[in-house]
Each structure stands twice: as structure tokens, then as C-alpha cells.
Design a binder for this molecule. Structure first.
Ligand SMILES: [Fe+2]
Length: 201
């Protein structure tokens, strides 16, 4: 047990978990879910940085800065995706760019406009938060989000996020369990949680 990365420094880790739990307390849907035990604000920092993945063929630069990526006519299960951008030392990164883009409920990308595309900057506590819908799987791919995360003046992390419990996770060669979000029901919506850990102290 002592060589498990989570137990290398249990005292420091407890302090970080308490600090992050306190920070999460005002975190709307996610906080309520966490308080109910559905989503625990366990930091994923202190381990390996979030792994990189291909951006795929559908990235478009200059997405709008916004919280709600849905536009009129967009269908699909609403989901609030939120989390922190952290360093490996569990330091929250304010002002980090988080750019999200994904397929719609039919598995298609909007390559003419910016439907289901948007970016924002983490707040003073390093938090980001998007309201969007659950994308459909498409040919050859399991359900996923695409994301780019960039600390102020730093290197871009391009990666993808996956949904737990998806049958196609097993057949998609790009799927990595390290990139699984935590997903819980939150009223009529879903709450997705993922903390990005950048390769910096
Ligand atoms: Fe994709």
C-alpha cells in the first residue's frame, strides 16, 4: 500500500483534499452532488499529468467565450461539465484557457459555425464550468469530448474526455480510462467532473 501514489504523502494529500473540498462547496450542481456523495472532490493532481490525445479533424480556432455551448435547436441530454485546472503540485491555475468542442446528439460536428464549441478561462480558484449536451458516439468512436487547456503563457494540452459505462469504450482504440469523467445525475441534468493536471509544478 505504501507504494501507491495516493499514499506517498497522506498528510499533504489530506490537506489538499480538505482545501479543494472547501473550494468546491460553492460549486453549484457539482457541490450538491459531492455533498450527496455522488461526486467526491478528490483531486487527481499529485499523480501523472493528464495525458495528451490527438485533436482530431474537427478543431476550429477562435471559438466564442461562453459558459453555455448550446444554441437554439440543439437537442440532447444536458450536462454541466466542471472541474479544476491544476498543476502536478495541486496548485490551482487561474486564467487558464479551456476550449471544448464536440459532436451533437447525431454524432455530427458544426464545421460551419460554432454550435457546441466554446472556451472560457478558469476563475480565481482554477475552476472551469460548461453547460452543454451529451454527444453521440459516431463511426469508429465512443462518446467523447475534445478539449484544449492552456495555462497563461504556457504549453497547450490537447486531449479528450470519455464517459463511464459506455460499451464502445472497449472497442475505441483511442479510449483511455485515465480520461474518464465522473458523471452523476443532478436533477434533470447530468454533472460531469474532470480535473486537468498540467505538467508543471
Ligand atoms: Fe471527435
Amino acid at each position: 500500500m505504501s507504494d501507491h501514489p495516493h499514499s506517498r504523502d497522506p498528510h499533504r494529500r489530506d490537506i489538499m483534499m480538505a482545501a479543494l473540498a472547501a473550494t468546491c462547496f460553492s460549486f453549484g450542481t457539482i457541490a450538491r452532488a459531492a455533498a450527496e456523495g455522488e461526486l467526491k472532490p478528490t483531486p487527481s493532481c499529485g499523480d501523472e499529468p493528464t495525458i495528451r490525445q490527438t485533436e482530431g479533424p474537427f478543431f476550429k480556432p477562435s471559438s466564442p467565450e461562453r459558459f453555455d455551448l448550446r444554441e437554439p435547436g440543439v437537442k440532447g441530454q444536458p450536462i454541466e461539465l466542471a472541474g479544476f485546472v491544476l498543476t502536478r503540485a495541486c496548485r490551482p491555475l487561474p486564467g487558464a484557457l479551456v476550449d471544448l468542442w464536440h459532436a451533437d446528439h447525431d454524432g455530427g460536428y458544426d464545421n460551419a459555425g460554432f454550435r457546441l464549441r466554446g472556451h472560457q478561462f478558469t476563475d480565481a480558484e482554477g475552476r472551469y464550468r460548461f453547460l452543454t449536451v451529451v454527444p453521440a458516439a459516431y463511426v469508429g468512436r465512443t462518446r467523447h469530448y475534445h478539449v484544449k487547456v492552456q495555462p497563461s503563457g504556457g504549453r497547450v494540452l490537447t486531449t479528450q474526455l470519455y464517459f463511464p459505462g459506455e460499451e464502445k469504450n472497449r472497442s475505441d482504440g483511442l479510449f483511455r480510462r485515465e480520461l474518464l469523467m465522473k458523471v452523476a445525475k443532478a436533477g434533470g441534468s447530468l454533472a460531469g467532473r474532470f480535473d486537468f493536471v498540467l505538467d508543471m509544478r
